[in-house]
Design a protein around this ligand. Structure first.
Ligand code: SF4
Length: 229
């Protein structure tokens, strides 16, 4: 902003602020208010629970529309990991999972995923967040565009090694093939424990089929299948 007055031409006095200072303050206040209005935090803390003598911290966040998600921060001696949600609710219907039984609410945005990570970064300080796992609420490959975009930003801008980024999936085969073509050497965790609905057998294939699809292209992708059963 250009200064309006200096020296004797200013309408300020020896004791009071100059006109330029008052206008500057006024502009700053307007800018700060606009910033608050435009950049409303995506997450509001509903609950914040510590366990394992503070090593684990679980948040339930409310989103702007009232949907809720969960995020978990886990602190180990050699790493600090955050487990993020990719959807509010989940449509996969795994029989043992409370989220699956409650049903699907909506997809998360890239900003909502990244803000979970930033929340964890601040909470983990002075330790450095080292790992991000997409293993919270939702099936990340059913929110493919957002998951890949968030992974890219974490890799490119937060400097997280792709090998410290993990996507956990029940095995959405077309999305796994698509992910393999992205060229990110991230870790893919295919959960053998997660159940599947009978009517989803065409989109949720057997682990054998998943392995053959992913392992068919290890040389040029680095995508690493991992069993977490
Ligand atoms: S995919 Fe994950 S979040 Fe969704 S129902 Fe299964 S276990 Fe629950």
């Amino acid at each position: 902003m250009v200064s309006l007055a200096t020296g004797s031409s200013s309408s300020g006095t020896a004791c009071g602020p100059k006109l330029s200072d008052r206008r500057g303050d006024h502009d700053s206040q307007i800018a700060a208010r606009e910033a608050r209005e435009q950049f409303v935090p995506a997450l509001s803390v509903l609950t914040d629970v510590h366990s394992d003598r503070g090593a684990t911290r679980k948040w339930v966040f409310a989103l702007h529309d009232g949907a809720t998600i969960e995020t978990v921060l886990m602190t180990y001696e050699d790493r600090v990991t955050v487990c993020v949600s990719s959807q509010a609710g989940c449509a996969m219907g795994c029989t043992f999972c409370a989220t699956g039984q409650a049903g699907f609410s909506r997809q998360l945005s890239v900003g909502e995923v990244l803000e979970q990570v930033m929340f964890a970064v601040r909470a983990a300080a002075p330790r450095r967040l080292s790992n991000v796992v997409f293993m919270g609420m939702g099936e990340p490959l059913a929110n493919y565009r957002v998951t890949v975009s968030a992974l890219g930003r974490l890799h490119d801008y937060r400097g997280l090694s792709a090998r410290h980024l993990t996507v956990s999936t029940v095995g959405v085969a077309p999305a796994i093939e698509r992910l393999a073509r992205e060229g990110l050497p991230l870790t893919l965790a295919v959960s053998l424990q997660r159940g599947q609905r009978r009517d989803e057998k065409r989109t949720v294939p057997s682990i054998v089929a998943i392995r053959s699809r992913v392992c068919a292209r290890p040389a040029n992708t680095g995508l690493r299948p991992r069993r977490d059963a």
